[in-house]
Design a protein around this ligand. Sequence first.
Ligand code: IMP
Length: 435
Amino acid sequence: MPVTIVLGSQWGDEGKGKIVDRLAAKSDYVARYQGGANAGHTIKLPDGKEFVLHLIPSGIFQPEVLCVIGNGVVIDPVALREEIAMLEAAGVTVKNRLFISYNAHLIMPYHKLIDKAMEAKLGKIDSSKAVGTTGRGIGPAYEDKFARKGIRIVDLLDRPSLTEKLRQNITEKNELLSSFYDSKDLCDVEKIVAEYQAFDSEIDPYVTDTALMLNTAIKQGKRILAEGAQAALLDIDFGTYPYVTSSNPTAGGACTGLGIPPTSIDNVIGVVKAYSTRVGNGPFPTELLDETGELLRSVGHEFGATTGRPRRCGWLDAVSVRYTSMLNGINSIALTKLDVLSGMDEIKLCTHYERTTDGKRLEHFTTDLRALANIRPIYESFAGWGKNDFDGITSRQALPETAKKYLLAIEKEIGVSLGIISLGPGRNETLADGL
Ligand code: IMP
């Protein structure tokens, strides 16, 4: 069966871009299935050039690969246009390689205004109430989709219909912005109508029935990589709600976000960072608010690829990754950024939690925020390895013994083996026995 899903197993920023770029070399298609320009997938090419992709699948740098943006993605046409121009300026062919679902919903300027107004209002009540969104209009765009008011890619190809829908939506959103959010920042209907009408000829060459395209490819035995954005602990259903994104990064999202059947999926690769990070508010049991957290942030360059915000950092939490492995049926882990831990004297892995009220041992993660507020992480401690100990390493066997011990413990605690181990951002700084 030809579909492999690659998804984030923590709170995002695990380094999915690099893993997808690598696996794309053995794929015919790479398809994004959810989220929008809130994602920031970083890819470093062999010539040292680094790119950050927000919407276009990370397979675009493998010249033979076709890329799909599925119906489950919310597309900001302005961000898409910029990304296409950025890639073309860098000599990457996008035409005839990028295919966009006609069913995908659009992010409009009013979605971004509402996203920001909503966050400001929550933050005013109490700063911890704000979700800490990327401000890219993701939540409000999915709201419209589920309220059946959304504007889709297909509408961009039909000027009269687009104009009617825009007028209707903008009237409603301006009312919401001014009356409920007290915002002076409103949308100019005529300006937006004129701007978005002009997208038709630009977007037309990319638009197709991507579900049909992918299912035809599946029948032909082609290899498809389904690329998740954000991560399982930010899932709208299974994440730490309401501190989540508004889509399903979990494996099921690949089926609904691309229109492919569950029976076509044969691999689910969970990308796990060798430590944990989180951007925005919400529970984070292993967060380190000390100099070790600072060290992880500076050595790991843990600043948002989309917003530049500093990421919260902490030790790897096997409890939460066990949970996401279970939810997604992860059968192989791609462990990233192990090199960031090099040079530390001690490395910790959270193996279980303890309830603070009665000391009870807890093996299972929960998204019940009240329960999560009453746990403390329990760690197993490991000796570190030297700063330069990974120089010239080309196999897992050749890693320092202390690093091997840490890797074995991760496999034991999560119950899934490591198929890929990444020791740096470059394509060849990767150990991938058998993959
Ligand atoms: P939104 O997706 O912009 O609505 O943000 C909701 C939550 O998801 C916030 O905590 C964001 O920081 C987080 N988030 C969204 N996209 C990403 C991502 O690509 N990496 C990490 N966190 C993200």
